[in-house]
Design a protein around this ligand. Structure first.
Ligand SMILES: Cc1cc2nc3c(=O)[nH]c(=O)nc-3n(C[C@H](O)[C@H](O)[C@H](O)COP(=O)(O)OP(=O)(O)OC[C@H]3O[C@@H](n4cnc5c(N)ncnc54)[C@H](O)[C@@H]3O)c2cc1C
Length: 323
């Protein structure tokens, strides 16, 4: 395989034999569905060591694929490409590289895709990203960049033999005027060539089911593409509330109250009690998602294996992680 950084595309005739994510979404024989996990780029050497402990734990559990999020800063980006490349070269895992358009001109986006191609990565989750600095602020595209994720989907696919996924939002993207427009824009990304979507985290399975219904009603062909639910096993109320601020998702009131009761009134939340509720809720959600025909389960891990492996063990997957 070779990628021409000047022309910004894979050399003619390059065909990668890396499996696509959709190839990996075959139902398991025991009534379970494939599972996958999301990692985040480590910020320093200690975080990188922790990430690799989690990677090796998950490697034993044979997830269908693993994804690596894409951060804002330049040095994080270099580390992201390096670590994602190592996942491809030094493990048995199938990596999906996230890529955002934030602060990038088109030539830089091409170079990033090239860097991933050179590491043997063919699966890319294409995202627009949020404004740098203040993620809730006004989005301004780079003057030489792209405005929406659908343009980036086309750009990546034009560069060579890649398999692309996109983000979907069961409760609607926070910047979408309404769910109808939100559905239209998601379908636009799928029509641009994305093969599947991974959802934002959610805590009411109904939101996922209604998203699936909306996409199918809007465009049956695109509605047939897998919508992979993203599951967050809650281990800290404070951090999940922070993560939710940006996401467009919310904790249902009853669950929020239950977690608050578990967290207690002390200066530090009772992490063990919160975690117990979080694991139970994630397990119940996954059981329902499997019954409702979800094509897979994608877990946010925060680079720890234990919470996800506990949920998987509750569901009947034969896994056991140490940390
Ligand atoms: C599974 C998942 C993984 C993620 N990983 C990362 C990551 O690694 N790094 C990171 O920085 N962020 C990540 N995000 C967050 C994501 O970048 C933000 O939610 C971002 O605000 C939206 O990205 P998008 O790709 O959905 O953008 P888009 O699909 O471009 O949508 C952005 C906004 O524009 C609207 N829109 C889209 N198309 C059009 C159009 N044609 N006309 C008018 N309006 C339109 C949409 O409704 C939405 O409000 C992830 C999100 C999810 C769900």
């Amino acid at each position: 395989m070779s990628f021409d950084p000047v022309r910004g595309r894979a050399s003619k005739g390059w065909v990668s034999h890396t499996p696509s994510i959709v190839d990996r979404l075959r139902p398991c024989a025991d009534g379970l569905v494939p599972f996958s996990v999301e990692f985040s780029p480590p910020r320093d050497a200690a975080a990188e060591a922790r990430l690799w402990r989690a990677v090796r734990e998950f490697e034993r559990m044979q997830p269908a694929f693993v994804s690596m999020t894409y951060g804002a800063g330049g040095s994080t980006r270099d580390r992201t490409v390096r670590v994602t490349g190592q996942l491809a070269a030094e493990t048995t895992l199938l990596p999906v590289a996230h890529l955002t358009a934030v602060s990038h001109r088109v030539s830089e986006l091409r170079a990033m895709v090239g860097a991933y191609a050179d590491c043997g990565i063919r699966n890319i989750l294409v995202l627009r990203g949020d404004p740098p600095g203040d993620p809730m602020g006004e989005w301004r595209k780079h003057p030489d960049g792209v405005e929406y994720a659908d343009e980036l989907v086309r750009l990546v696919l034009d560069l060579g033999d890649f398999h692309v996924g996109v983000a979907s939002f069961p409760e609607g993207h926070p910047r979408s005027p309404d769910l109808e427009h939100d559905t239209e824009y998601l379908v636009g990304k799928l029509r641009a060539g994305a093969e599947y979507s991974i959802t934002q985290m959610f805590f009411d399975v109904e939101h996922y089911l209604r998203l699936r219904d909306r996409v199918t009603a809007f465009d049956a062909e695109q509605g047939a593409k897998p919508i992979i639910p993203e599951i967050m096993p809650i281990t800290s109320l404070r951090s999940v509330r922070k993560m939710l601020q940006l996401s467009g998702s919310a904790l249902p009131r009853e669950l929020d109250e239950r977690l608050a009761r578990a967290a207690g009134d002390g200066p530090e939340e009772d992490r063990a009690a919160v975690r117990e509720v979080g694991i139970e809720v994630a397990t119940t959600m996954c059981e329902r998602l499997i019954r409702e025909g979800a094509p897979g389960l994608h877990f946010i891990t925060l680079n720890f294996a234990r919470a996800t492996s506990e949920v998987l063990a509750n569901l009947g997957y034969s896994v056991h992680a140490r940390a």
